[in-house]
Design a protein around this ligand. Sequence first.
Ligand SMILES: Nc1ncnc2c1ncn2[C@@H]1O[C@H](COP(=O)(O)OP(=O)(O)OP(=O)(O)O)[C@@H](O)[C@H]1O
Length: 305
Amino acid sequence: MTAIVTRQLSKHYPEVRALDGVSIALEEHRIHGLLGRNGAGKTTLMQLLTGQVFATDGTMEVLGASPVENADVLMQTCFIQESQKYPDTFRAIDVLRVAAGAYPNWDQAFADRLVDEFRLPVKRMIKKLSRGQLSAIGIVVGLASRAPLTFFDEPYLGLDAVARRMFYDRLLADFSEHPRTVVLSTHHIDEVANLLEHVIILDEGRVLLDADTDELHHAAIAVSGRAADVDAFLSDREVLERTVLGTLATATFTARAGDERAAREAGLDVSQVSLQALFVHLTTANAAAAEQPIGTRSATDVATS
Ligand SMILES: Nc1ncnc2c1ncn2[C@@H]1O[C@H](COP(=O)(O)OP(=O)(O)OP(=O)(O)O)[C@@H](O)[C@H]1O
């Protein structure tokens, strides 16, 4: 079943098209990555899907219905935002108490364990907590709520590397025991690459890439060897990046079936491209295409190649 379907979903502000004709389908019980450069539209998409802002155009279904003012859907949805505001008088323990009442699948024992692991001082006033401790509150709520649909919007601002690792481990372990749909937006792409089963890359409000991560391993490959051999091999391929060092060249290109074998047969070294590198290649290529005169580009050139 699909947990989320959007069709031509758009959110336009007077000065910017924060989201522009986004059509996606996210299967349930998977961890989806929502990636994009600053201002790409990730938060806007999550705000639309959780009924916090209204669409300018298009339609969406979340857990089978429109999320707009729909208590049934919203009760099954947990949205952890980087900029979450809490009442001035709240301590972390108060947030957890409210969350326990709000989420039907809340697991208090799990929340208590996470509080210990993240060393969260639950009785201290929230306004006195560090940036990382604030993020830890969101993570505890996001995990212990066990909501059928959980959005984590860059949930770990200020969290150190150990705590981030712990978040990924706990998310993965709990997800295997209690499958649910998770949408995670992040700039730490390499850290989460192994967690993600499906990736959407947004760029300037549009979908630049929508693919399962196992397909992505073959979507682009890097070859290196003598510059002349590399260039001969690349002749009719779409090159994402090419660097030359003396007589040697390395190039990343959009791969077609059989390309890996063909490159080896041409005497080239072949390596896989990480999700992070692919992200950088695609968003850079899209920005370069955007600078071309109108009429010579298609915004979906990169996504569909
Ligand atoms: N309320 C608003 N009014 C006007 N413009 C807005 C509003 N909210 C977002 N935007 C603009 O919409 C675009 C998308 O913003 P959004 O917050 O969705 O990006 P993002 O991908 O989450 O970025 P980041 O990675 O920096 O958090 C940006 O250009 C932003 O300035």
